[in-house]
Design a protein around this ligand. Structure first.
Ligand code: UD1
Length: 375
C-alpha cells in the first residue's frame, strides 16, 4: 500500500517535458504512487502522443478528453471532469506544472476538495494580465501549498504577493532535466537531413501567442520579417495548430508557399525539435519554454514579445527581447545572423536534477511517516 499518492496533471504540449522527469523521480520512491492524468487540452497526435513516446511517459492513467474551446468552456470542462477523477482516485497531492488552462482548472478542483496542491514552475510573472497564462500563474500560486521555482526572481514575485517563505522552494528547472537527458538521443534524429538543413545554417521559428497570431496585421508583419530573413538563411517554421488556422482564416498562407527558403512544417516531435534548436543559428520565438531551452543550449534566441516572465534568460542567458515591432525584430535577427548574437551562461540549478530535489521535498514533508512511508 503506497504511502503517498500523487496525481500529476498534464494538459498541453509544454507540460509533458516537465512532468516526465517528475514522474520518473517519484517512481524511485517505493512509498510514492504517481498517477498521470491528461486533460486532453492538446489532443492532436503531434501535439500530445508523440511527446509521450519520446519522453518515455506512461500512457495516462486517466484521459479526460476535454479538447478545445473558449477559455471559460475549456477551463470549466476540465474542472467538471477532473473533480470526478480526484474523488475517485483520492490522492494526497495534486501536482500541476506551468501556466496553461489545465493548470489552474485542476489546481482549483484540488484545493476545493481539500487536497494539497503543488505548483511546479511557480512565481514567474510577465506583469501582463492580457496574457491568459499570467492570470493562470497568479491564481495557481495563490492557492498552492508547495511552490517550486526555477529562478530567484520568482521568489521575490511570490513574496510581494504575500506567499509565505515556508511554501517556496528554489529547486531548478524540470524542463531542463528533460532537455539534458534527451540531448544526445535527439542528436541522432535525421530531421536536418529530412528538411534539407545544414547545422548552424538555418533559422528556427515558432509563433503561437494570441497577441502575435490572432491579429491579421501583426501576423502579416511577422511573416514579412520571416520572408526577409529567408533571403539570407533558410527558415524552418513548425506551425502550431492555432497559427495554422489563423493563416488560413486571414488568407496569408498562399504567398508563403511561394518562398522556397521558408519551410512551413507540421509541429515536430520532442527529439526532432530539440535537434533543430540545438543546431540553429538563431531561434525566433514567442514561446516561454523555448527561451529557457535555447539559453541552456547556448543558441541565440530572439523573442517576439514585449515582456518575459523568465528574466534570467535575458540577464544570464542568450535571450533578447525584441518586442513586436517588425523592424526591431528583423534588426535583432540580423545581428545574430551576422555573428553578433549573445553568449550566455546556464542559470543556477538548471543542472538536470530539479525533479529529484522537488520529489525529495515532498517525500520528506508529506511521505515520511504516512502509512507505508518507511524512511
Ligand atoms: C496553450 C497554452 C499556452 C501554451 C501552448 C503551447 C493556455 C491558455 N495556453 O495554448 O500557454 O504556450 O498551449 O502549445 O492554456 N488545437 C488543435 N489541436 C490541439 C490543440 C489545439 O487543433 O491538439 C487548436 C484548436 O483550434 C484550439 C487552438 O489550437 O482552439 C488553441 O488551443 P488551446 O489549447 O486553447 O491553446 P494554445 O494556443 O495551444
Amino acid at each position: 500500500m503506497a504511502g503517498l499518492k500523487i496525481v500529476n496533471v498534464v494538459g498541453a504540449r509544454p507540460n509533458f517535458m516537465k512532468v516526465a522527469p517528475l514522474w520518473e523521480a517519484m517512481r524511485a520512491y517505493p512509498g510514492i504512487e504517481p498517477l498521470v492524468v491528461h486533460t486532453g487540452q492538446h489532443y492532436d497526435h503531434k501535439m500530445s502522443q508523440l511527446f509521450f513516446d519520446h519522453l518515455g511517459l506512461p500512457k495516462p492513467d486517466v484521459y479526460l478528453g476535454v479538447g478545445s474551446g473558449g477559455h471559460g468552456e475549456q477551463t470549466g470542462k476540465i474542472m467538471i471532469a477532473f473533480e470526478r477523477t480526484v474523488k475517485e482516485a483520492a490522492p494526497d497531492i495534486v501536482l500541476v506544472v506551468g501556466d496553461v488552462n489545465s493548470t489552474i482548472a485542476c489546481g482549483l478542483v484540488a484545493v476545493k476538495l481539500g487536497v494539497k496542491l503543488v505548483h511546479v514552475e511557480a512565481g514567474l510573472r510577465s506583469y501582463d494580465r492580457t496574457m491568459p497564462e499570467e492570470v493562470n500563474r497568479v491564481l495557481t500560486d495563490q492557492i498552492s501549498d508547495y511552490l517550486f521555482t526555477t529562478e530567484r526572481s520568482a521568489h521575490d514575485n511570490l513574496r510581494r504577493e504575500g506567499i509565505p517563505d515556508e511554501r517556496i522552494f528554489f529547486t531548478g528547472n524540470v524542463m531542463i532535466d528533460s532537455l539534458l537527458k534527451h540531448r544526445d538521443k535527439a542528436a541522432r534524429s535525421p530531421v536536418l537531413e529530412d528538411l534539407g538543413l545544414r547545422a548552424k545554417g538555418y533559422v528556427l521559428v515558432t509563433l503561437h501567442r494570441p497577441s502575435n497570431v490572432d491579429d491579421r496585421d501583426v501576423l502579416a508583419g511577422l511573416l514579412e520579417v520571416l520572408a526577409a530573413i529567408a533571403t539570407r538563411l533558410p527558415v524552418v517554421f513548425p506551425i502550431h495548430p492555432r497559427t495554422r488556422a489563423k493563416l488560413g482564416e486571414f488568407r496569408l498562407d498562399r504567398g508563403l508557399q511561394r518562398l522556397p527558403d521558408l519551410k512551413l512544417v507540421d509541429p515536430l516531435g520532442y527529439l526532432d525539435f530539440l535537434k533543430c534548436m540545438d543546431n540553429a543559428r538563431l531561434v525566433l520565438t514567442d514561446s516561454g519554454g523555448i527561451q529557457e531551452e535555447t539559453t541552456v543550449l547556448g543558441v541565440p534566441c530572439v523573442t517576439a514579445r514585449e515582456n518575459t516572465e523568465r528574466p534570467v534568460t535575458v540577464t544570464e542567458g542568450t535571450n533578447v527581447l525584441a518586442g513586436r515591432d517588425p523592424e526591431r525584430i528583423l534588426a535583432e535577427a540580423n545581428r545574430v545572423i551576422d555573428g553578433r548574437g549573445k553568449i550566455g551562461r546556464r542559470p543556477e540549478l538548471w543542472d538536470g536534477r530539479a525533479a529529484g530535489r522537488i520529489v525529495k521535498v515532498l517525500w520528506d514533508r508529506e511521505g515520511r511517516g504516512a502509512p507505508g512511508g518507511t524512511d
